[in-house]
Design a protein around this ligand. Structure first.
Ligand code: HXC
Length: 258
């Protein structure tokens, strides 16, 4: 499939998706979200791929849902087309890890897309925000829920009610992003991180992701029980005996990803 609003690059075991509508600061329109969904499905199904990076340009990860496209819609339109559920949530269905590499603006739906990924690496120039209130609506891609879980109620309220931007240092201090790097190093840092993840056992990586995500969905006691079952299940994979044997024999493991 050829894409017009994103770039898809397979760099050995890392799939890199670059949002690419530079004139609109990567505003997320239906075509872009359809193409992003198709690319994510392609990478999820590709056995060669072990980790995914989603990034934008140095100026913008994404400045939000496309306001020009949204402005034309009425209630019937958004209800009947199930805006935005239909093509916005594929990132949350992917079982392989997804890293958001964010430089520049990550606003509205852009911030929400970054939060749907597994973790966010930010450039020093990154700016996060949920400015929907300034155009008469509220976040619709999970922003009121995911941002609150990342940064807590007080800061989420501050962001959602004022629409102000948060810079990279504040995003790091409040737990929205996992690390901040110089802007020119962002892609290399994300690629190195993704490559490192691809050297580990694929089933262990996928089950680690599933277990951390379970923490958002359940009580502590249930989550710990889930983790224990998953931990036990990893002893059914060949990679467990290989990983432990390699440690004892002081050599690098040769994971079979099965
Ligand atoms: C459509 C957008 C856009 C957007 C920017 N552009 N953001 N087009 N939708 N979300 C376009 C501008 O219209 C302009 O095109 C070009 O990109 C450059 O933008 P400027 O405003 O000229 O750049 P700048 O002065 O640098 O300001 C950057 C900015 C500002 C601060 C990011 O563009 C901005 O405030 N954008 C809107 C941010 C926003 O409110 N996002 C939330 C959207 S609602 P032209 O052709 O005019 O020159 C949302 C709801 C999600 O995301 C709910 C469902 C998921």
């Amino acid at each position: 499939m050829s894409y017009e609003t994103i770039l898809l690059d397979k760099r050995e075991a890392v799939g890199v998706i670059t949002l690419n509508r530079p004139k609109a600061l990567n505003a997320l329109n239906n075509q872009l979200m359809d193409e992003l969904t198709a690319a994510l499905r392609d990478l999820e199904a590709d056995d060669e791929i072990g980790c995914i990076v989603i990034t934008g340009s140095e100026k913008a990860f994404a400045a939000g849902a496309d306001i020009k496209q949204m402005a034309e819609k009425d209630y019937t339109d958004v209800f009947m087309e199930d805006f935005i559920t239909a093509n916005w949530e594929e990132a949350t269905r992917v079982r392989k890890p997804i890293i958001a590499a964010v430089a520049g603006f990550a606003l509205g739906g852009g911030c929400e897309l970054a939060m749907m990924c597994d973790f966010i690496i930010a450039a020093e120039n990154a700016k996060f925000g949920q400015p929907e209130i300034t155009i008469g609506v509220i976040p619709g891609g999970g922003g009121t829920q995911r941002l609150t879980r990342f940064v807590g109620k007080s800061k989420a309220m501050d962001m959602v009610l004022t629409g102000r931007h948060m810079d990279a240092a504040e995003a790091l201090a409040s737990g929205l992003v996992s690390r901040v790097v110089p802007t020119e190093d962002l892609l290399d840092e994300a690629l190195d991180t993704a490559e490192k993840i691809t050297t580990y056992s694929r089933p262990a990586v996928m089950l680690a992701k599933e277990s951390v995500n379970r923490a958002y969905e359940t009580t502590l006691a249930e989550g710990v029980r889930f983790e224990r079952r998953v931990f036990h299940s990893l002893f059914a994979f060949e990679d467990q005996s290989e990983g432990m044997a390699a440690f004892i024999e002081k050599r690098r493991p040769q994971f079979k990803n099965r």
